[in-house]
Structures are given as structure tokens and as C-alpha cells.
Design a protein around this ligand. Sequence first.
Ligand code: FMN
Length: 231
Amino acid sequence: MGQAGSHVVKIARADSDNLSYPRDKFKPGRRARGLKHPTSKKEEVKVYRLFYPQIAMIVASRTTHRVEAVAMNSVISGSSDPPRVVCAMKREATILAVVRESKSFSVNWMDSRFVKSVDFLGFQRVENPRDKIKAAGLTWLRGSKTSAPVVSEAAATLECTLDRVIPLGDNDLVVGNVVATRTSRDFSEYWQFKKYKPLIYFGAVPGKKVGRYVLFRSRRRGLVAAPHTRS
Ligand SMILES: Cc1cc2nc3c(=O)[nH]c(=O)nc-3n(C[C@H](O)[C@H](O)[C@H](O)COP(=O)(O)O)c2cc1C
């Protein structure tokens, strides 16, 4: 087993006979137990929070006039052949307008030491800087295959051309064709986690412009909850 394998956490296999919701009672379209008012705000929040924790990344795009960047936890690998990524973006977000216009974007994996920069890019602010990456205390390079800005400090980056935008609800699904990748030495086939310590996000602090994160102190000393980055 390679080095990456030795850090894999064993996960207990789900026992299908032990499901809390019996299979014979499950009917497609039937409401999950407990969701009595599925349209209420409180329960919408509960549903998406079930998906935390997730890795916080930066998605960036630019036109000639502005560089847009946002924190994003909804990026997934949607297809390997062809390589495509999918992310959920708020329909009214500025970044979506910039992605539509430039037809390209980058996905940037950030080490947890950049928690403040990522958190800065995670909340709408009154000021509207022309270069959000710079405003977050980071730097960028022009992509090798697209005009998308690639965050120089990122542990890995993807450059994507816009494939399509699929309307969904309050978020649109943005599908990107991966046209270039750049990874740091820590990634060889798998992340080795020798240098790269992922930034693990588990939700916004209600009423505050700040998120909650888990940080790695070191592999030996394990995980620690990050103090709230701003108050
Ligand atoms: C860690 C983190 C992850 C986020 N993930 C997403 C996401 O996946 N999709 C999304 O639309 N907004 C997400 N947000 C919120 C956006 O980053 C936020 O709405 C955006 O920065 C506001 O920028 P704007 O003022 O340009 O619209 C996330 C926020 C944080 C803190």
C-alpha cells in the first residue's frame, strides 16, 4: 500500500439489513421521515448542512475589467471522460455573470493556512473591489489555456472552459470542461498530505460574516477547530 493508503480511515460498511428506514416502506417521492414542512427555511438549511464538512476552495474568473473569486464548497468531479467539474453557484452571484461572459473559470485548492483569504471570499461585502483575489491577500497568474486567473498560492488548480449552466433553484449548476491542471508536489496520484492540509468547512456562523473550519495542526496532532476568522 502506498503512502496515501496508510492514512486512509477505515469506514464501517453500511449494513443494508440495519437501515433505520426499512426498504419496503421507501417509495420514490415519499417525504423523508421528519421533513414535515420541506419548504420551510429552517429545514432547507438543515438539508444542505447534512453535506458538511466539505473542502473549501476558490473559484475564480475574470473579464478585462474585473477579477472575481468566491469561496466554494460545492465543486465536484462530474465526469472523468471527458473531464468535467460541476459546481453550484448562486443564480445572482457576480461570479456567475463573469463566468458566463468569459466562458472560463479556475478551481483552486487552498491550504488551511489561507483560511482568512478563503473566508474573506465567502461572504458578500459592501465594498466591491475590482480584483477580489488581490483584495483577499492572494496573487494570481493568467491561466495557460484560458483567461481565467489561477491563484498562485493554490496547492492545485484546474482551468475550465464553460460547458453549460443548468438552472436548478436558487443555485445554478455550472459545468466546466477541464482543459489544464496544475498540482503541487504533495499530489502524486493521490494527495500525500505532507504539505497540503485541506481547509475543511462546516458552515457559516449564523448572523455573522464568518465561517467555521477545521484545521490540521499536524498529522500527528490531528484536527483542531479553527477560531472564527472574523467576528
Ligand atoms: C467556505 C464557503 C463555501 C461556499 N460555497 C459556496 C458554493 O458552493 N456555492 C455558492 O454559490 N456560494 C458559496 N459560498 C458563498 C459565496 O462564497 C458567497 O456568496 C460569495 O462570496 C459572495 O460573493 P458576491 O458578493 O460576489 O456575490 C460559500 C461560502 C463559504 C464561506
